[in-house]
Design a protein around this ligand. Sequence first.
Ligand code: UGA
Ligand code: MN
Length: 259
Amino acid sequence: PTIYVITPTYARLVQKAELTRLSQTFLHVPQLHWVVVEDSDKPTALVRDFLSASGVAYTQLHTLTPKERKLQDGDPSWLKPRGAEQRNEGLRWLRETASATKGQQGAAMETSVVYFADDDNTYSLMLFEEMRSTQRVSVWPVGLVGGMRFERPVVDKGKVVRFHTGWRPNRPFPLDMAGFAVSLRLVLTNPDARFDGDAQMGFLESSFLQGLVTMEELEPKADMCTKVLVWHTRTEKPKMKREDALQKQGLGSDPKVEV
Ligand code: UGA
Ligand code: MN
């Protein structure tokens, strides 16, 4: 089965570095299709050129987060959900593509898996083999998230019975975006399932999963959720102090060089 990886991404100094790291992981994964969704009003040249040279099978999409839903400079990062509209655009494309794909190829799509991979996390190759057998929704631990060493579903006799998390464990699905995958079949049979861009902090994942599955139905992977195969790493924003100073003297780095 193919794994469709949906990645929201937005223009910033580290974007190409993030996409490079991600693509060079994905190049090692068989049968992976990368759905890159830019937070922009049109496709950008940087992402277009990057993807076409990457060697990964991909689709480039875009949708701009409405201004009132976007974080403003100085807002704390938890104030509004990020990437919600972009993941929904990825889902829209998948549903449209699946309905236009007939015959054997269409049947193959039915067994496919959908994973939401943010552009800044770190993914083990083993994670993709774990998620490939997803029937409905599979789950596993995520490292370095929620102010913890890791968060994870707790498994008893092969079933998820609760969640190990430091914060609001009574959320419907107290899971990070990186901690689950869904079958494409489930996405197609639930045409209204989507991320709520107005969701409260910590409820974005639940807004999508609620209605798709129950806790009892979750499929624990990564040795019954005992192994960390994905890390919620976050990239430091580079400081441009010297660059700004040099620019004032007309000596800034050549803007024609893409970073
Ligand atoms: C955490 C979760 O890991 C995210 O999956 C979740 O979307 C986010 O919280 C949230 O609460 O919305 P965090 O590291 O804080 O993640 O978020 P980012 O990595 O900054 O953003 C998540 C994704 O959205 C990234 O792929 C990023 O490139 C994208 N994004 C971010 C945009 O497309 N537009 C933006 O303006 C900001
Ligand atoms: Mn992140």
